[in-house]
Design a protein around this ligand. Structure first.
Ligand code: AMP
Length: 140
């Protein structure tokens, strides 16, 4: 797996590669995806260089969380989209290609945007109780 310091997004942060920047502050950069699923497809990244969401510090996570709604509002206003998806992939099996945490804001306009294949199962009472307890116990 590539080290976060070697990723394309790290090189954008370092000014080695260009981007179409839409927002920047001390902790966050947002720019257009160069292979957009729809017009306005935007990536929001922390400046902290970690690969996965669960590795983010509270400070970086809070900074990203604070600006995501503002950037989403701007994307909708600029594109006229009335619907959008926020996508955040972790791990190759989950379709992550760039190993620096990033959130996609993907406007849904007509048939352009994120396509989803969603195959839900059903949560039984027992399994739900066990899983909720296991996850609650694992929270640090
Ligand atoms: P993911 O599959 O969640 O890791 O998504 C990575 C995203 O980064 C893809 O949507 C790519 O189109 C996008 N991407 C790759 N290289 C660049 C780049 N140089 N500038 C902007 N977006 C990029």
């Amino acid at each position: 797996m590539a080290k976060p310091s070697a990723t394309i997004f790290a090189r954008i942060l370092d000014g080695e590669l260009p981007c179409h920047r839409v927002y920047e502050d001390d902790h966050v950069l947002a720019f257009l995806d160069v292979f957009p699923l729809s017009d306005g497809h935007t990536l929001v990244i922390p400046k902290e260089r970690v690969a996965f969401l669960h590795q983010l510090s509270d400070t970086a996570a809070a900074a990203v969380g604070r600006c995501l709604p503002r950037i989403a509002r701007a994307v909708m206003k600029a594109t006229g989209a009335e619907a959008y998806n926020v996508l955040q992939n972790n791990g190759s099996a989950a379709h992550q290609a760039v190993f620096h945490v990033h959130f996609h804001i993907i406007p849904k306009v007509g048939d352009r945007g994120l396509g989803l294949s969603w195959h839900p199962s059903s949560l039984t009472q027992d399994r739900g109780a066990d899983l909720a307890q296991a996850i609650a116990d694992a929270i640090d």
